[in-house]
Design a protein around this ligand. Structure first.
Ligand SMILES: *[C@@H]1O[C@H](CO)[C@@H](O)[C@H](O)[C@H]1NC(C)=O
Ligand SMILES: *[C@@H]1O[C@H](CO)[C@@H](O)[C@H](O)[C@H]1NC(C)=O
Ligand SMILES: *[C@@H]1O[C@H](CO)[C@@H](O)[C@H](O)[C@H]1NC(C)=O
Ligand SMILES: *[C@@H]1O[C@H](CO)[C@@H](O)[C@H](O)[C@H]1NC(C)=O
Ligand SMILES: *[C@@H]1O[C@H](CO)[C@@H](O)[C@H](O)[C@H]1NC(C)=O
Ligand SMILES: *[C@@H]1O[C@H](CO)[C@@H](O)[C@H](O)[C@H]1NC(C)=O
Length: 356
């Protein structure tokens, strides 16, 4: 904690007021793209680096914005990248005052970091979700004062003295937060987080390698998203926009069974008015982050429509050239030029409000 508070004292804020994004390009937009501050590198200490990076390289890539990241964007046709604090970020802090102070400082540092190149970089806010009113106020500050494009939440907020109270944003006390999200008309990106130790010990002891992106991320986050659907959050906030990465955290691969089986829960008191699949027509979007799977993309275009799907990479947990080559070299065989442009950038421009 001492380290974290020392870091708070050294913040020098440069306010980002304008979004001078270059809307005349035809390149890619990517927005599940991780960045962090040195004080939070400890949170990624146990992650196994992807695409041959060493741990040191992964850490350097998370800290970097203007050097190798921008170079790779230029080499791979990425016009614009929205940065967000690497998981679990604030959701990994159980103490509310610590979480709130840290969120504010992370947002200020990110704003200052990208302030000299808002043509190429945007930001999603990190938020403490202990207190929904405070989260709403910090979201408002980052959007109206720092020019942020929305927020990225890393699954549930851990809380409590032993970290075992998990806060899910599908409960009525979060309505004040969702109200602010719709008032500001920004999207919220729902991103996975590694489980608290209690859950990892109970669920994954027999196969610890399933902790993380192979299984646990999607299992945990889809549970949260389906809670948001079935607890009626979208019924209360019909214009709320949530984005889910990794081609939908498996939800959009299983809509037939989800819709059909949940029907039985309605007489038992499940509040959801529509079907999970219906919310993919109105509220939910998915990105291709770290799931460059052509047959699955085709299936999802059939299931939810191309207009609900956007490109993203998940750098530095996935490789920029791999993501860019997939969309630029493989997908032209599958999609018309008009549809490809929607996937590459046009839907994202609408959803992120880059056209405003
Ligand atoms: C905006 O994008 C267009 C098309 O890619 C490019 O020609 C132009 O140089 C860019 N402008 C700036 C200021 O980067
Ligand atoms: C923005 O500032 C960073 C850090 O000082 C620097 O590396 C980068 O080149 C700057 N970018 C622009 C576009 O001025
Ligand atoms: C939640 O945050 C609001 C706004 O900062 C504050 O007024 C309120 O007292 C907080 N509630 C709790 C329980 O701390
Ligand atoms: C959001 O922040 C702006 C600027 O500080 C302020 O004028 C406005 O009242 C805030 N909105 C809400 C709903 O708190
Ligand atoms: C709770 O989480 C914090 C931060 O990850 C950690 O430092 C602390 O040891 C954890 N406490 C318990 C009881 O697990
Ligand atoms: C929801 O899905 C079930 C099962 O597929 C279907 O019978 C029902 O008509 C759907 N309801 C709505 C509101 O779409």
């Amino acid at each position: 904690m001492h380290q974290v508070f020392a870091f708070l004292l050294f913040i020098c804020t440069t306010v980002v007021t304008s979004r001078e994004w270059n809307n005349t390009g035809r390149g890619l937009i990517a927005f599940e793209e991780a960045w962090t501050v040195p004080e939070l590198l400890i949170q990624v200490a146990n992650s196994v680096p992807a695409f041959g990076q060493t741990k040191a390289e992964l850490e350097a890539n998370l800290l970097d914005v203007h050097d190798q990241r921008l170079t790779q964007m230029n080499e791979n046709g990425i016009d614009f990248m929205v940065l967000s604090c690497a998981s679990p970020c604030i959701q990994g802090f159980s103490d509310p005052p610590t979480a709130e102070a840290l969120a504010t400082s992370v947002n200020d540092v990110l704003a200052a970091t990208i302030s000299n190149n808002t043509m190429r970089f945007g930001a999603f806010a990190a938020l403490s979700m202990h207190n929904a009113t405070q989260a709403a106020q910090e979201l408002n500050r980052t959007v109206t004062e720092l020019g942020f494009l929305g927020a990225l939440l890393n699954d549930y907020q851990q809380s409590g003295d032993d970290n075992t109270t998990l806060l899910y944003y599908d409960q009525p006390e979060y309505d004040v937060f969702w109200q602010m999200v719709v008032d500001l008309d920004v999207p919220v990106y729902m991103h996975p987080r590694v489980g608290i130790s209690l859950l990892n010990n109970l669920e994954y002891q027999q196969a610890v390698w399933l902790i993380g992106p192979g299984q646990q991320f999607a299992a945990s986050l889809s549970n949260h998203i389906l809670g948001i659907c079935t607890n009626g959050v979208f019924d209360r906030f019909p214009t709320l926009k949530l984005i889910v990465g990794h081609l939908g955290e498996r939800i959009t691969s299983d809509l037939f069974r989800i819709d059909e089986q949940l029907q039985r829960q309605r007489p038992e008191g499940m509040p959801m008015k529509l079907n999970v699949s219906t919310y993919w027509e109105t509220n939910l979007f998915e990105t291709t982050s770290a799931n460059f799977a052509t047959p699955l993309l085709k299936f999802h275009i059939d299931a939810i429509g191309l207009d609900r799907i956007m490109f993203s990479i998940d750098y530095p947990y996935a490789s920029i050239p791999e993501g860019a080559q997939w969309i630029e070299e493989t997908l032209p065989d599958v999609l018309s030029p008009t549809d490809l442009l929607k996937l590459k950038r046009e839907t994202a421009i609408q959803v992120l409000g880059l056209n405003k």
